[in-house]
Design a protein around this ligand. Structure first.
Ligand code: HEM
Length: 495
């Protein structure tokens, strides 16, 4: 090691554990924000044996995600995400390499493009309709119910349809749970688990001595079995359609789900990918859709509703806007969203205060480099504290901790698309979330519809000031500690 290297500032490490003890207690993004107040916008920690930097200002984030994006756009190795990504064959946890570049280009075009998001319109509207029906049934007789679970079910159904072309909930038109919800949620929860080897690579063998590896394998296998079953069915379906096509001249890709598109690339050497997909690559991409595509938008919707219920003034304003646009149509459609600027600001403000990934996903530095004169070594882990940056009074001067959608009316188009480093709930640069548009449209559509159709109250005369808005303990995606239990009253929609 070069004795002249100059690392970013940070608290002094203890022998062996380094700075791991600093992260005990509060949520990591809160602890790291507090450390940045003391040591500055770029700090260095030794977490176990692993050098780690944390960026907590728009300027340092821009240096990492824009100026030196190519240097910092890899992902570190974690045992759990390595298993769930079939050894890094996916998009989200793959290191930066040729495989990632090709597959990311492919999914950008085939799954996440504006045209594909538009194609998904009918499914989105149908599933939001199922959510409304489920809420109506649950609230009959003035009962309270757990809205958080229903929102998660909505996104599980949406992603299941996007991926496999069918619903996951057993009952048609219902947004209730099925056995797969439990498996998906177990997998999602497992990605937040850490093991000894993640911080002490030389001691990774210790993980084999605990029950952890067995639990990981069991959870992975359960999801893998679902994929195997769906792939077999998908292949049968394709064969059936091929036969139909040859007899009727039908386009076999019409209304393809993601699985169909991937299976086509498994079979044809001249697929748009430019290489053949293996079965593990297919399963890794499917896994990403569930890991990245269900929890974050569901959490965004949950926090948006929680903030609006807590702030009745903004709830009324959003409802008035939606009801004015929808009039007596009864439901909000995709095409109405462009006329709902206040609702859009509600979603932006929610993502500012409650980014589902407060520290984004971890990045990794691929060559030695410098930031602000400090040395950053190859394989340093990198976290961007998007949560802290979006609450920093230096930029968000007007009550940064308060929920105020109006603030965006005076902010000259600051948005979350990866150009404004003060607000980046989807990240920025090469690794920016490819599902941003798909997620935001679904969140806005669901939110607009539940605001239009129902008025909302808290159960048992609870006052909005009494709502618990705290976050659950450490998870990759920020959850509300107390699920949102509410009463929905069918609204008399004024025309
Ligand atoms: C409100 C909704 C969502 C939020 C807030 C969100 C947020 C994020 C964030 C913070 C990242 C990491 C960016 C980084 O590392 O710098 C990410 C990555 C990713 N997201 Fe999303 N996401 C959302 C919805 C979705 C949806 C609906 C999908 C897919 C159906 C999706 C798929 C992905 C994938 C595949 C990646 C990995 C990208 C890569 O590493 O190249 N996301 N997302």
């Amino acid at each position: 090691l070069n004795p002249h290297r100059k690392l970013p500032p940070g608290p002094p490490p203890l022998p062996f554990i380094g700075n791991l003890h600093e992260l005990l207690g509060d949520l990591p993004h809160i602890t790291l924000r507090n450390l940045s107040h003391k040591y500055g916008p770029l700090i260095h920690l030794k977490l176990g044996q692993v050098p780690t930097i944390i960026a907590s200002s728009p300027e340092t984030a821009a240096e990492i995600l824009k100026t030196q994006d190519v240097v910092f756009c890899s992902r570190p190795f974690f045992a759990t995400t390595d298993r769930f990504s079939y050894g890094g064959l996916d998009i989200a946890f793959s290191p930066y390499n040729d495989h990632w570049r090709r597959i990311r280009r492919f999914v950008n075009a085939e799954i996440f493009s504006a045209a594909r998001v538009q194609d998904f319109k009918a499914v989105r509207e149908e599933e939001v309709g199922a959510l409304l029906k489920t809420i109506s049934m649950a609230s009959a007789g003035g009962n309270d119910f757990n809205l958080s679970t229903m929102m998660l079910c909505l996104f599980n159904n949406l992603i299941y349809r996007k991926v496999f072309g069918k619903r996951i909930s057993a009952v048609p038109g219902d947004c209730g749970r099925s056995q797969y919800h439990e498996i998906i949620m177990e997998v999602v929860a497992f990605t937040s688990e850490i093991c000894v080897g993640d911080f002490f690579p030389s001691l990774a063998w210790l993980d084999g001595l605990t029950s952890w590896r067995g639990r990981l394998e069991k959870t992975f296998r359960a999801m893998d079995r679902v994929f195997e079953q769906e792939i077999e069915e998908g292949m049968k379906r394709r064969r059936g359609r091929e036969e139909e096509k040859s007899s009727m001249g039908e386009d076999i890709n019409a209304d393809s789900c993601l699985l169909d598109i991937l299976l086509k690339c498994q079979e044809e050497i001249d697929s748009s990918l430019g290489f053949l997909l293996t079965r593990d690559m297919i399963k890794a991409v499917l896994m990403d859709m569930f890991l990245a595509g269900t929890d974050p938008p569901a959490m965004a919707l949950e926090w948006a509703m929680a903030e609006l219920i807590k702030n009745p003034k903004y709830m009324r304003k959003a409802q008035e806007e939606v009801r004015r646009v929808v009039k007596d149509k009864g439901k909000v459609e995709d095409s109405d969203l462009q006329y709902l600027p206040y609702l859009h600001n509600v979603v932006k403000e929610t993502l500012r205060l409650h980014p589902p990934g407060p520290l984004l996903l971890p990045h990794e530095c691929i060559i030695d480099t410098k930031i602000n004169g400090y040395d950053i070594l190859t394989k340093t882990r990198v976290f961007i504290n998007a949560w802290a940056i979006a609450r920093d009074a230096k930029f968000w001067s007007d009550e940064p901790e308060a929920f105020r959608p109006e603030r965006f009316e005076k902010m000259g188009g600051v948005d979350f698309k990866g150009h404004h480093f003060e607000l980046m709930p989807f990240g920025a640069g090469r690794r920016i979330c490819p599902g941003m548009m798909l997620g935001v449209v679904a969140v806005e559509l669901a939110l607009a519809n539940v605001l239009n159709r129902f008025d909302w109250e808290l159960p048992c005369g609870m006052r909005c000031e009494e709502m618990d808005m705290s976050e659950a303990g450490f998870r990759m995606v920020s959850h509300k500690k107390v699920p949102l239990t509410v009463v929905a009253i069918p609204a008399v929609v004024l025309t």
